[in-house]
Design a protein around this ligand. Sequence first.
Ligand code: GTP
Ligand code: MG
Length: 396
Amino acid sequence: MKMKKYYASSIPEAMKQVRAELGEDAVILNSKVVITKKFFGMIKKKSFEVVAGVDVMEPSYVAPAPAVLPVETKENARLQEITNAIQAKVHQEPTSHVAAVHEDTSISEELRKEIADLKSLMQSMHKKTTQAQYPDELFPFIEYLRQQELSEELITTIGDELFMHFKEASEINFSQCKLITKNLLRKQLEALPVGGLSYERKYINVLGPTGVGKTTTIAKMAARAVLEKKKKVGFITTDTYRIAAIEQLKTYAGLLQAPVEIAYNATDFEQAIQSLSHLDLVFIDTAGRNYKEVKYVDDLQRLIKFDDQAESYLVLAMTTKEKDMENIVDQFKQLPIEKFIFTKIDETNSIGTMINLMIKYNKGLAYYTNGQEVPEDIEEADLEAVLNLFFQGEEK
Ligand SMILES: Nc1nc2c(ncn2[C@@H]2O[C@H](COP(=O)(O)OP(=O)(O)OP(=O)(O)O)[C@@H](O)[C@H]2O)c(=O)[nH]1
Ligand SMILES: [Mg+2]
């Protein structure tokens, strides 16, 4: 018997090759799905291996046992099932003991359906481009990372690590995935400054776009400084555009019996600094502006002090799209921002953005806020707490 292996992207494709080379009397001896791996097995390509033979001298043929799949996945199992069914049908052809490869017209309706099924399965597998890189058991975990909107770059790094770790394992344990992921993220984040006010610098500049929660967050931080650290605090607002904004800050300041200065220009600002010089901490509230106004950051720079007595925080709301947040950070990059403050985390289920931005911009995290209540709804950032927060959704 003359035997030969053929590789093709589909069984019908393989059959064409068999017919062209071995003729109409060729038999399919075996077929299986073959996975070729690249990049440490992260990228897999699936094709069909068909063993065909032709031998007029041998009247009977016993079909070999179905091949064992190299990678056990549900889709592979289904593929094998269909392939076996096709094989069985081909071998069942009543004309001869030798299963001949017939023209399409002579293939039974059922067989045609199986082939169509196989094609659509192949197409759907092709669609799952990135997902198809990982074994089935990792999908729920990878999916969780995606739900949390962790960047695709980080997901790939984590996916790689998990794949390497579980390559030889018979089952994948979710809490182990969590542990490995936490370790990886911890490594990426641990060099960044994470934690609240240093209490070493007197001026706290709070910057950010409109409506993200700057004033509310200042009130929360100030209340903590007064209540927990017994600090004497004061406020300067440069938000002179809206009466309501000044009133809002005055209300919070009133509760803490703290002074508020209003700075319309750089001279006012200098005077405000002088008149609040006896205090431990001075919080500087700024007007939120459309971050697309280029002049805004220049104006801020002229008005406010960004020296070594000041620490500056950029406030971003977790309800903002990540792309827009990136534009905001880019716009503020000429200012010496120490750390981020993320607000409104109570209004999102995805924490990944926090981590993405910290890593992308190499910036730490001071606080995150989780509600409108002053002073309760604020947490001083801590690396382990951030990592736990990331997995909080998974425990629900
Ligand atoms: N859900 C939720 N709402 C918040 C949070 N922080 C602030 N807010 C609300 O967001 C709204 C805007 O807050 P502000 O503190 O006025 O925001 P701002 O950045 O000072 O706004 P502008 O001064 O107009 O730029 C208010 O209704 C706050 O109660 C938070 O952590 N969670
Ligand atoms: Mg405000």
